[in-house]
Write a protein that binds this ligand. Structure first.
Ligand SMILES: NC(=O)c1ccc[n+]([C@@H]2O[C@H](COP(=O)([O-])OP(=O)(O)OC[C@H]3O[C@@H](n4cnc5c(N)ncnc54)[C@H](OP(=O)(O)O)[C@@H]3O)[C@@H](O)[C@H]2O)c1
Length: 211
């Protein structure tokens, strides 16, 4: 498949790109500073969620079968969350749907939209992400929202828990990337919001076992 990855220079995004390439997908990486991203080893397109023009979207999504969005602002300020995670992502979703993209996989966060499940300092981010997640569900593409808890670095376990609502936990970015890649063609994940934490089932088996 032709996959466009947003946030391809991020901790999770880099792993998504590497895992897609390992599976022989064709990958276009959306990056803010292409000069700093040559080590991704794939097609790079300069792209910023806060300033993308219709021409930028047309270049980014041309020929794209599916998008994996792992972009997010690192700021905890409401203004930045609204600019990047809400308005920027919604604009990208709308553009992709209009340009004929059929599939969108969104990395969000556990508890977004439920203030009681998100620490105070992350509430603006959670609300912005929730707005984009719910918009995605109405945009006309086949969608999956993945809602991970606290992310860690290091090798993945290859095993997870997945469901519509899970207890707090943690997850490695490696396993999160594996979930995003596996979701591409796992019909059990279509048009769903799923929480994912570390767990006992191999990623593909966990996703297939969803009812
Ligand atoms: N960190 C956690 O514990 C945690 C917990 C739950 C959910 N999440 C979510 O999981 C996802 C991945 O998290 P992560 O920590 O791996 O990500 P990360 O390392 O913070 O990477 C974020 C990516 O988004 C890009 N980005 C930021 N602003 C952008 C903009 N205006 N336009 C385009 N791209 C932009 C960054 O580009 P640059 O490289 O140019 O900065 C970077 O590639 C995010 O959606 C995050 O909110 C994270």
């Amino acid at each position: 498949m032709n996959i466009t990855v947003l946030g391809a220079t991020g901790g999770t995004g880099r792993l998504v790109v590497a895992q897609l390439l390992a599976r022989r997908h064709s990958v276009r990486a959306a990056v803010r500073k292409p000069k700093k991203a040559s080590s991704l080893g794939t097609d790079l397109v300069a792209f910023d969620l806060t300033s993308a023009t219709p021409d930028d979207f047309a270049e980014l999504f041309a020929g794209t079968d599916a998008v994996i969005n792992a972009a997010a602002t690192s700021s905890m300020m409401k203004r930045q969350a609204d600019l990047v995670d809400r308005a920027g992502v919604i604009a990208a979703i709308e553009a992709a749907a209009t340009l004929g993209v059929k599939r969108w996989i969104q990395v969000s966060m556990m508890g977004s939209g439920e203030s009681g499940r998100v620490p105070v300092y992350l509430r603006a981010t959670g609300q912005a992400k929730h707005a984009a997640d719910t918009h995605l569900a109405t945009a006309g593409m086949t969608w999956t929202v993945i809602r991970p808890p606290w992310l860690t670095d290091g090798p993945g376990a290859g095993t997870i828990s997945v469901g519509e609502r899970l207890p707090e936990g943690s997850l490695t970015r490696t396993d999160l990337a594996a979930v995003a890649v596996e979701c591409l063609e796992a019909s059990s994940t279509y048009d769903r919001m799923l929480e994912v934490t570390s767990g006992d089932l191999p990623v593909a088996e966990a996703l297939r076992s969803l009812t």
